[in-house]
Design a binder for this molecule. Structure first.
Ligand code: MN
Length: 264
């Protein structure tokens, strides 16, 4: 599986995404296979499922995100294979293909239930188990026919009935990053350059356009607040969600930061 298409779509002088130059991940036969889901606000909000296979990440874009309710069949459009090191990427793609904000929404390992993965992929029926922070248990990807657009096949991602299934909207219930604690899109943008799309957001209309406007405004506000708080010139994280931490957390945080930030 080559990364030609992945590389052709991107200008690595303009995107922080990995160029895939690293050698495919060498792995012992007993290594667990990596999986992740990246929440990606681009021209539309979607979730990218990545399954490590033969040194690269098989990839599907899921417009509505995964559902742990077995009655939901979620459209999953296969996209180009991504380099292994892409799997934990989180950050801002300022321009070009996929321009927007990427959040590492879930990560963990996956285990094929289909005995022959390549045959299952050819057949269009891949059963597997996920062991992530948010997604667990048994799933299936089933290829559909003549559904969707473009050259890449469309699949459906479906949760099997097991202890990890339930009538919960997991994307609403657990919306934040598993890489940067408590981070949402605005935090990720604020940590980068919140003004990057001041005049030219990757989506200008519709739901994604509105979401971008709100997130850009939040990120700019966080950055401004940080600048006021930080007297020693060191970047600090936004305190927006720490307004109501547990009493224990407040104490220890105050003590620690008091020690650190009072150099006089
Ligand atoms: Mn994407």
């Amino acid at each position: 599986m080559a990364l030609d298409e992945y590389r052709r779509k991107r200008d690595f002088t303009k995107t922080p995404e990995p160029d895939g130059a690293a050698a495919p991940r060498p792995r012992a036969t007993d290594d667990r296979l990596f999986f992740s889901v990246q929440k990606h606000l681009a021209s539309h909000l979607h979730y990218d499922l990545r399954l490590e296979w033969k040194g690269v990440l098989l990839s599907w874009a899921i417009p509505k995100g995964p559902s742990i309710d077995p009655s939901d069949k979620r459209l999953a459009m296969q996209t180009e294979d991504h380099p292994y090191e892409y799997g934990t990427f989180e950050g801002v793609i300022p321009e070009g293909y996929g321009a927007g904000i990427v959040m590492l929404w879930d990560r963990g390992t996956w285990t094929p239930e289909s005995p022959d993965v390549d045959a299952a992929l050819r057949k269009g029926d891949l059963k597997f188990t996920l062991d992530g922070y948010k997604l667990k248990g048994s799933w299936v990807l089933v290829r559909t026919r003549g559904f969707g657009s473009g050259s890449k096949p469309s699949w459906l991602l479906i949760k099997h009935r097991d202890d990890w299934a339930g009538p919960v909207d997991i994307t609403e219930f657990a919306p934040l990053s598993v890489k940067t604690p408590e981070a949402d899109f605005a935090d990720i943008l604020a940590a980068d350059n919140p003004a990057v799309w001041r005049s030219n957001a990757p989506a200008k209309s519709g739901d994604a356009g509105k979401l971008f406007q709100r997130i850009i405004a939040q990120a700019v506000a966080m950055k401004t607040a940080d600048t006021k708080v930080t007297k020693d010139g060191h970047p600090t994280k936004s305190t927006k969600r720490r307004a109501t931490p547990s009493p224990k957390a407040t104490k220890s945080t105050k003590r620690k930061s008091g020690t650190r930030r009072s150099p006089r």
